[in-house]
Design a protein around this ligand. Structure first.
Ligand code: ADP
Ligand code: MG
Length: 292
């Protein structure tokens, strides 16, 4: 592309809420074959709400929720906010937590009163040597409904299964359909539960799912998608998306995301609307056509 067509292209993009941080991205985006999205906060709103809480025998629902909320009060994960909000809505007295520990991609634990409380994914319980077998069927049912199953353990005993659901953004489905119409493959990369990820992917018509990825594993996931020389655009918003944004052929940061994601990207969407991605690719294609 000529410098003039790049100037026109980036100017037009800015009007559409798409910021090209370099002219190279405007040219290279047209050759993308796969668009891979982070799930939480990118395809979805990143604002989960608690939908289910089932306790094991011998545990009281409100007591468990109050203990878990005390731990999550120390966490910055979106899931934590959902659990704290649910406890507050129920008017529960939330105690204070000591000795808080967060294991990224797994879960969190702390001491509340005289209890050690842990909450997180099945792999966190596994790490702690606590079987989640008891809730196996419930977990499968929740996953099929696109809800994320989490587990709470109190003093080393499985106490509850908790589910959260994160709404898909209003234009996500439309954006994915547009990408398919452009002849592209669409992928999802997430740390979430496989069954949950697959249920969301099915709702959205996503072609490839890489689930249960650890926070530092997204870069590997992008590498896998790039195998065979495929050109991959990765779209993400979070701190742990930054390395994947750099690894992808083209990194697109959602403007509502973290600063570090924005700094690692070639393209920044001014809003969280993923139609910005299709606009950006369409513009890239148009810019090249202009000079022919
Ligand atoms: P994602 O943002 O894609 O869900 P993360 O790597 O942040 O990926 O987390 C992976 C999983 O670890 C979450 O889906 C959740 O099951 C669990 N997890 C992480 N942090 C917490 C927390 N504070 N409370 C409960 N579960 C958590
Ligand atoms: Mg995210």
């Amino acid at each position: 592309a000529t410098p003039t067509s790049i100037m026109v292209g980036t100017g037009r993009a800015a009007e559409l809420g798409v910021l090209f941080r370099n002219g190279e991205a405007l040219q290279s985006l047209r050759s993308t074959e796969v668009v891979a999205f982070d799930k939480t906060g990118t395809l979805t709103a990143g604002k989960p709400a608690l939908t289910d809480l089932e306790v094991a025998e011998g545990f009281d629902r409100d007591d468990v929720l109050a203990l878990v909320a005390a731990v999550e009060g120390q966490s910055e994960h979106p899931v934590a906010a959902a659990i704290v909000a649910a406890a507050q809505e129920d008017g529960l007295a939330i105690g204070s937590a000591n000795g808080f520990e967060a294991v990224p991609g797994f879960g969190v634990s702390a001491t509340v009163g005289k209890h050690r409380v842990a909450v997180g994914a099945d792999r966190y319980m596994e790490k702690l040597g606590i079987s989640v077998q008891h809730f196996s069927e419930t977990s499968q049912r929740l996953g099929r409904k696109a809800r994320t199953p989490l587990y709470a353990a109190i003093d080393g005993k499985l106490a509850a299964i908790i589910a959260v659901a994160d709404p898909i953004k209003p234009t996500t489905l439309q954006a994915i359909r547009a990408l398919h119409d452009m002849g592209l493959k669409v992928a999802m990369i997430t740390g979430d539960n496989r069954r949950t990820a697959e249920a969301i992917a099915a709702q959205l018509g996503i072609d490839e799912v890489v689930a249960e990825v650890l926070p530092d594993g997204k870069i590997e996931a992008v590498k896998r998608l790039r195998a065979g020389g495929r050109t991959v655009t990765f779209v993400g918003d979070g701190i742990n998306d930054a390395p994947a944004l750099a690894e992808a052929d083209i990194g697109v940061a959602v403007g509502t995301g973290t600063d570090i994601a924005i700094e690692s990207a070639d393209v920044v969407l001014m809003s969280g609307d993923l139609l910005g991605v299709t606009n950006a690719i369409a513009l890239s294609r148009a810019t090249i056509t202009n000079i022919r």
